[in-house]
Design a protein around this ligand. Structure first.
Ligand SMILES: [Fe+2]
Length: 485
């Protein structure tokens, strides 16, 4: 018997757990889904099967629930499924929560000790003909792209059996996936990071290793046509600190942010490390090369909105907001610093480009932003924006006070070639509504409001990362048509 969930900002309102799985074959459409929008939209999120067994909870701690929206001929169908990880199955069998927050062994019950803490809740990506539900502390979990049935943890022929970032970057030009695994040996292991390149067929073509100066739960890497960039943030995991009563993962103001640069065909031993002021940067817009420089447009802040300080204190939201910033790195090696400028100071966390153009110069940023929320961490983002980094044009739509929307994802028109030719899609929940909806915008006229909303007849709790794959993309074709899934 499941116990009631306790009162917590991340367990109520738009965060309230849905706790059921559904198949909705043909969603009610308000407006009109364009005929030239065809593909699939995935969203992964944190949906605790059982309430936590301790009076502390973190949004990142729920079980992965993947939503799939399948768009074709003006119609949208959707389904959602929990990811059947070993953690999920063990707790379902026990009928209660067994793991501590972030898998903290100090608060994990005996029957779950030694079992991998894999929530599979952070991202859902297509690559090599498969759909993967990812979280950074475990190998990816393979799902059926159509039914969302869990097929099991995927270890790439035994090559990846520990951590694997939930933020792999896929170069749509080559089909290669670039990724890493940090904290390979867990919360009290060494600082070794594993770097991998996986080709378009899903085969590992490179495995290499490097060390970081502290145990950093790295979240993302950036990729250009010729280089890989590894941000190492002043965020530290320390089991020793947790044993002494402090936070397991914390912000360390006394540490810098490190930025490692490596040639895509180079070796980790050749990484050039640059140092900058402490910055939080979990999500990039895009990175590319221009005139002997790397240009990286990122969502960054002077502090983290996610973790407490080492002493356990938590900063106010206003002190942890992120803005759209441009990091410029001189590839000649003459300057060993990262130049930073703020492009747009909206409260922004998840800027996304036209994914097809990643690694090459882009100017249209799509993002969900916080206009009126008191606390962007718990209240979430209530508006969407296209921002042109070249002209400075803002194209903003506000869903209204108390609304919450997820990432705004560019969805190309079928057959589109040019950057930004198509639509932009986000999952939105309005306050006290018993439904959520997939809102579809004209990518070049966000301020006009949604062209259409596909109505989900229940509240989809807020989640994490989203991706859209157009039916004419290689990644979609390999998953849905080639039959390699
Ligand atoms: Fe993320």
């Amino acid at each position: 018997m499941a116990e009631p969930f306790f009162d917590h900002p991340f367990l109520k309102g738009h965060h309230a757990a849905t706790r059921f799985e559904a198949d909705v074959p043909d969603l009610i459409i308000r407006g009109e889904i364009p005929d030239d929008l065809a593909g699939v939209f995935y969203r992964n999120g944190s949906e605790p099967l059982y309430p936590p067994n301790e009076k502390e909870y973190h949004w990142f701690d729920g079980d992965g629930m993947v939503c799939g929206f399948y768009i074709e001929d003006g119609k949208v169908s959707m389904r959602n499924r929990w990811v059947r990880t070993p953690k999920f199955e063990l707790e379902k069998e026990a009928g209660r929560r067994l793991f501590g927050v972030f898998g903290n062994p100090l608060t994990t019950e005996p029957e779950a000790q030694g079992v991998r803490y894999n929530t599979a809740n952070t991202n859902a990506i297509l690559h090599g003909g498969s759909l993967f539900a990812c979280m950074e502390g475990a190998p990816p979990t393979r799902l059926d792209p159509e039914t969302l049935e869990t097929l099991g943890e995927y270890h790439y022929d035994g090559s990846i059996s520990t951590t694997f970032s939930a933020h792999p970057t896929v170069d749509w030009f080559t089909g290669e996936m670039f990724n890493f695994g940090a904290m390979l040996n867990g919360q009290d292991g060494g600082n070794t990071v594993r770097f991998n390149i996986i080709n378009k067929h899903g085969e590992i073509t490179k495995t290499d290793y490097f060390e970081t100066p502290w145990l950093s739960p790295m979240h993302t890497l950036l990729l250009t046509e010729n280089h890989v960039i590894f941000p190492v943030l002043p965020i530290e995991c320390s089991l020793q600190r947790a044993k002494e009563g402090g936070p397991l993962v914390s912000w360390r103001e006394d540490l810098p942010t490190l930025v490692g640069i490596m040639a895509r065909d180079g070796n980790c031993s050749d990484i050039r490390w640059l140092e900058m002021e402490p910055r939080h940067m979990y999500h990039e817009f895009n990175a590319w090369e221009e005139d002997g420089k790397i240009i990286a447009d990122v969502a960054a802040g002077d502090n983290t909105p996610l973790y407490p300080n080492s002493d356990g204190t938590i900063k106010a939201h206003r002190d942890t907001t992120q803005s759209l910033r441009r990091w410029t790195i001189d590839l000649s090696g003459q300057t060993n610093t990262v130049k930073e400028e703020v492009l747009n100071d909206r409260d922004i966390h998840f800027p996304r480009p036209d994914d097809r153009m990643m690694t090459r110069a882009t100017r249209q940023t799509f993002a969900n932003i916080n206009l009126n929320s008191v606390d962007g961490r718990a209240d979430g983002m209530d508006a969407v924006m296209r921002y042109d980094t070249t002209s400075g044009e803002e194209d903003v739509y506000h869903f209204g006070p108390g609304s919450h929307c997820g990432e705004l994802i560019f969805a190309p028109r079928v057959g589109a070639v040019e950057e930004g030719d198509g639509y932009a899609v986000t999952l939105v929940h309005r306050p006290n509504a018993k439904e959520s909806s997939l809102a579809v915008f004209d990518a070049n006229n966000i301020k006009a409001g949604p062209l259409a909303e596909a109505v989900v007849p229940f509240q989809v709790s807020s989640g994490f990362h989203c991706n859209y794959y157009s039916a004419d993309s290689n990644l979609y074709q390999e998953a849905f048509v080639s039959g390699t899934a």
